[in-house]
Every structure is written in structure tokens, then in C-alpha cells.
Design a protein around this ligand. Structure first.
Ligand SMILES: NC(=O)C1=CN([C@@H]2O[C@H](COP(=O)(O)OP(=O)(O)OC[C@H]3O[C@@H](n4cnc5c(N)ncnc54)[C@H](O)[C@@H]3O)[C@@H](O)[C@H]2O)C=CC1
Ligand SMILES: O=C(O)[C@H]1O[C@H](OP(=O)(O)OP(=O)(O)OC[C@H]2O[C@@H](n3ccc(=O)[nH]c3=O)[C@H](O)[C@@H]2O)[C@H](O)[C@@H](O)[C@@H]1O
Length: 445
């Protein structure tokens, strides 16, 4: 099938290359010229394991190309996939301006029947609005389909090539056969729904996963007070097939370009029809507060943070990505700086993106994890990169001025800590440090 993918961000690029990989002819379009020039020169503007190699393979195989010329790409293809951004507006609603602009351009460029599929995450009813908009700009027939994307950054290629399910939302029979044929090589688990349900499945899925995270984070906070271990609790809960083990890792809360924005958008979608989504509002509130436990634990040990040097390991919102959009690290570091601390930060891949978001005279970006830790009064681990877990704690202890380790992602074990004198705080686990001031557990009967 000949496919044009409009918007070459995470979703556009990964789905474009994966459709090429399974034998389609794909042209990826972006209005950002620097991005397209970069891709045409064999470079990849985002960090995603395996992506560069797969792009190279499909470009040389003649199945994948990049352009800024939307009209020519639309005219040459039969399926147009919209994957432009839908960021949050200040009030939490999804900003549809990129989608609207792209839809108008597509309408003007059409030269015959097309299937137009929206992969961007959009509020319920948006596909219908986009259809009306395109109709105003073309005389040619077309069908609209909502095909939401469920990939995760860091494992985007395997998620796309082996999805748990594909959702196809349509309101006509006509495009179904072609869309089924396109997706069958990926999975048999394909659900065809009406368009509005497909739009809602995407928001409901992200909101449910965010709920699981806030739920386990609250359980972790209670575990800290009653002396239970949230890792064991999560394992025990996860053995129940109705609950499942995934998305029960306690930590500093979720970040990224999607959960924060999509939970806010769903609260707005409900509010627009006079429904107060109380549960989801609490999920968001719990998540916003969870990151500040890092600051609370630091202050418990160091009292005043003014003049203290705090090392930060991990800036990306999760490992295996250079994406720092809505990363909890941003607010944690801003709070440390506002309390007068000196911050030394390190991330193996996300540092340049983070620096573009945050610069400050008291914030230093370091070239290695060890440099960041050297002479610090405390070390906070915010992203679970493998290189951090593999670090020798006995070596780390010699680098820090004060052996205080605040682990926001539960990366270290009792065995690793046994031969050290670290004061160690993790999330929802009994205090494993030898130098603990207060005996644990605090049993509350
Ligand atoms: N990032 C992720 O992991 C996932 C994102 N999504 C959803 O997919 C959508 C896209 O997300 P990302 O790829 O992260 O977005 P992004 O913001 O990284 O990329 C969007 C791209 O679209 C381009 N663009 C905007 N208007 C255009 C136009 N008129 N013509 C051509 N190109 C245009 C931009 O230049 C940009 O390169 C969003 O709705 C998001 O919620 C869904 C699942 C996963
Ligand atoms: O709509 C989207 O954009 C995507 O959002 C998430 O994917 P992503 O944000 O890439 O990454 P996740 O692995 O879901 O992690 C999101 C955040 O939750 C946190 N998390 C995740 C799992 C967990 O158990 N605990 C936890 O704190 C991560 O650290 C991260 O900050 C969803 O998992 C994808 O299905 C969806 O397509």
C-alpha cells in the first residue's frame, strides 16, 4: 500500500518505518525542514533503540522516503496517516491547531479517493470535525478512520511490530478491508469500532495506566509508614490475573509527553459534558505530589538545602529515551534550585534536551555519572538507566561528600547496600541503610 505519514515525530517516524518494514511504500512528511534534512542525510532526530538501523534498511530498500512537500506526498498515496502533535493548551484541553492545519492542506492536495487515518491522540468527536474540514477543501470522496497509537517510547519499534491490539474506528464499511489488510501482518487482535469509541479507547487506556501508577505510589507511601515493602506488595498483587503485574512500579510518578497531557485532556473532555471525573483528578493530584517526596527525604536528612550540593542521576522521563517532556526531574531540580541548592546533573542521552529546557547558574551538567556524584551532599536517582544500577556502591560512597542516596526508582538491593554505610531512601520499601536514625518499621496499630 502507498502511505503518506504526516508529522514525523515519535509516532509518525516509528509507524512510518514499521509500515515500510512490513512491505508498504511510505513517505514521511514534516513541515520542520531541519528534521527532514536530518532524516534525508541518514540521521535520526530522536533517540529510540533500533530506529536508526531500521530507517537505513528501509530507505536503501526503496520503501521509505522523507519530504516537506505535503501536496505531492498526498497526491501520490492512497492512505494518509495524520500523526502531528496534540499538546496541551494552558487549560488542559488538547491543542488541535496542528491537526487542523494539516487537514486543510490535505484537503487542498487531494486528487482522488483517499483513506485519511488519524493516529494523533484526539478528543472524542475530533475525527468528525476533521472530516467536515477536509470536505470544505476538496471535491473528491474520502473516508476517515481513527487508528490510535499505543507505542511506548524506548520500546517503540517492538510495540509497533508486535502490538497487543490494533483499534480501527470507522463509520463506513468501505475502508475496513484495506485497513485490516494493512494491519494483519502485525497482529490478529484487531478491533473494529465506531469512531468515537476508538477515540475514547486511547484516552481511557492512558488514564487507566496512569491510575495504576498513582495507585501503587499511594500504596508505597503507606508502606513507608507501616513498614511494608511495595515491591513485594506489587508482586503479590500482580500474580492475580485480574490485576496483572505491569505498571505497578512505584517511583516518582509518571511523566512524558502523553500521560500528563492525556489525563488532563480526559478531565476536560468529561468536564465539557458536565461530568466531573473525580477519580482521574485524584490520579493527577497524587502524581504531581509524588515527585516532592524526593525533596522531603532530602530535607529530613539535610534540613536546610541552601548551599548543599545535590547530584541528580537521570533527567529523561523514563530510560531508553532522550525525551524530557514533562519529566518529573524538571520540577525536582527547579525546587532544589529555589531552595538554594547547587545541582550537578547527569543523564546518558537526555542531557542536551534537558539543557534546552533548564539552565541556571547553580545547575551544572556533568559528563559522567561519577562526575555528578563527586563531592555531593546527596545523590538522587530519578531515571532507572541501566548504568546507574550497575554502579558499584562502594566506589560511589568514596565519591560523595556525604553518603546519602535517595533512590526514586527502587534500583538498589539490600545486598548491594550491605557493605556500605549509605543512608538510603527508596520508594515504599523498608529502610535498608545501616546508618538509619529512626528504627523501622513504624507499626501503626
Ligand atoms: N510520543 C509518543 O510516544 C506517543 C504519542 N502519541 C500521540 O501521537 C501524536 C504525535 O505525538 P509525537 O510523535 O510525540 O509528536 P511530536 O510533537 O514529537 O511530533 C509531531 C510532528 O508533527 C509535525 N507537524 C506539525 N504540523 C504539521 C503539518 N501541518 N505538516 C507536517 N508536519 C507537521 C511537527 O513538526 C512534529 O515534527 C500526539 O497526539 C500524541 O499524543 C500516541 C502514542 C505514543
Ligand atoms: O500515549 C502515549 O504516548 C503512550 O504513553 C505511554 O507510553 P510512554 O509515555 O512512552 O511510557 P510509559 O512506559 O508508559 O511510561 C510513562 C511514565 O510512567 C512511569 N511509570 C511507568 C510504569 C510504572 O510501573 N511506573 C511508572 O512510574 C514511567 O517512569 C514514565 O514516566 C503508554 O504506555 C503508551 O501505551 C502510549 O501509547
Amino acid at each position: 500500500m502507498k502511505i503518506a505519514v504526516i508529522g514525523t515525530g515519535y509516532v509518525g517516524l516509528v509507524s512510518g518505518v514499521c509500515f515500510a518494514e512490513i512491505g508498504n511504500e511510505v513517505i514521511c512528511v514534516d513541515k520542520a525542514e531541519d528534521k527532514i534534512v536530518c532524516l534525508q542525510n541518514g540521521k535520526v532526530p530522536i533517540y529510540e533503540p533500533g530506529l536508526k538501523e531500521m530507517i537505513h534498511k528501509n530507505v536503501t530498500g526503496g520503501r521509505l522516503a522523507f519530504t516537506t512537500d505535503l501536496p505531492t506526498a498526498v497526491a501520490a498515496t492512497e492512505l494518509i496517516i495524520l500523526a502531528v502533535g496534540t499538546p496541551s493548551l494552558p487549560d488542559g484541553q488538547a491543542d488541535l491547531s496542528y491537526l487542523i492545519a494539516a487537514a486543510e492542506e490535505i484537503g487542498r492536495a487531494m486528487n482522488g479517493y483517499k483513506i485519511i487515518a488519524i493516529k494523533s491522540t484526539v478528543p472524542v468527536g475530533t475525527n468528525e470535525k476533521i472530516r467536515s474540514l477536509i470536505q470544505m477543501h476538496t471535491i473528491y470522496p474520502f473516508d476517515i478512520a481513527s487508528i490510535p497509537e499505543f507505542l511506548r517510547e524506548g520500546s517503540a519499534i517492538s510495540d509497533t511490530l508486535n502490538p497487543d491490539r490494533i483499534i480501527i474506528g470507522v463509520d463506513h464499511e468501505e475502508p475496513i478491508a484495506e485497513l485490516l489488510e494493512l494491519h494483519r501482518p502485525l497482529t490478529d487482535q484487531i478491533l473494529v469500532t465506531d469512531i468515537r469509541s476508538a477515540e475514547m479507547i486511547k484516552y481511557a487506556s492512558n488514564a487507566f495506566l496512569a491510575t495504576k501508577i498513582s495507585f501503587i505510589n499511594e500504596i508505597a507511601n503507606i508502606c513507608e509508614k507501616v513498614g511494608a515493602d511495595v515491591s513485594q506488595v506489587a508482586t503479590g498483587m500482580g500474580y492475580d490475573k485480574r490485576i496483572g503485574p505491569s505498571f505497578l512500579r512505584a517511583g516518582i510518578g509518571y511523566g512524558g509527553s502523553c500521560f500528563p497531557k492525556d489525563t488532563e485532556a480526559l478531565i476536560q473532555i468529561a468536564g465539557n459534558v458536565d461530568y466531573e471525573f473525580k477519580l482521574l483528578k485524584s490520579v493527577v493530584e497524587v502524581n504531581r505530589d509524588q515527585r516532592f517526596n524526593i525533596i522531603r527525604k532530602l530535607e529530613l536528612e539535610l534540613s536546610d538545602l541552601k548551599g548543599k550540593t545535590i547530584a541528580i542521576w537521570g533527567l529523561a522521563f523514563k530510560p531508553e529515551t532522550d525525551d524530557v517532556r514533562d519529566s518529573p526531574a524538571i520540577e525536582i531540580i527547579q525546587t532544589l534550585l529555589s531552595r538554594g541548592a547547587q545541582v550537578k546533573a547527569y543523564d546518558p542521552v537526555a542531557q542536551d534536551n534537558f539543557r534546552r529546557q533548564l539552565t541556571h547558574s547553580s545547575l551544572t551538567y556533568c559528563s559522567t555519572a561519577e562526575d555528578a556524584a563527586a563531592h555531593a551532599d546527596a545523590l538522587c536517582l530519578l531515571t532507572e538507566w541501566k548504568e546507574f544500577r550497575e554502579m558499584s556502591l562502594t566506589r560511589l560512597e568514596t565519591l560523595l561528600r556525604n553518603p546519602l542516596l535517595i533512590d526514586g526508582r527502587n534500583q538498589f538491593s539490600e545486598e548491594q547496600l550491605a557493605s556500605t554505610s549509605f543512608i538510603y531512601y527508596s520508594v515504599g520499601r523498608p529502610n535498608l541503610s545501616k546508618g538509619i536514625k529512626e528504627p523501622r518499621p513504624v507499626i501503626l496499630f
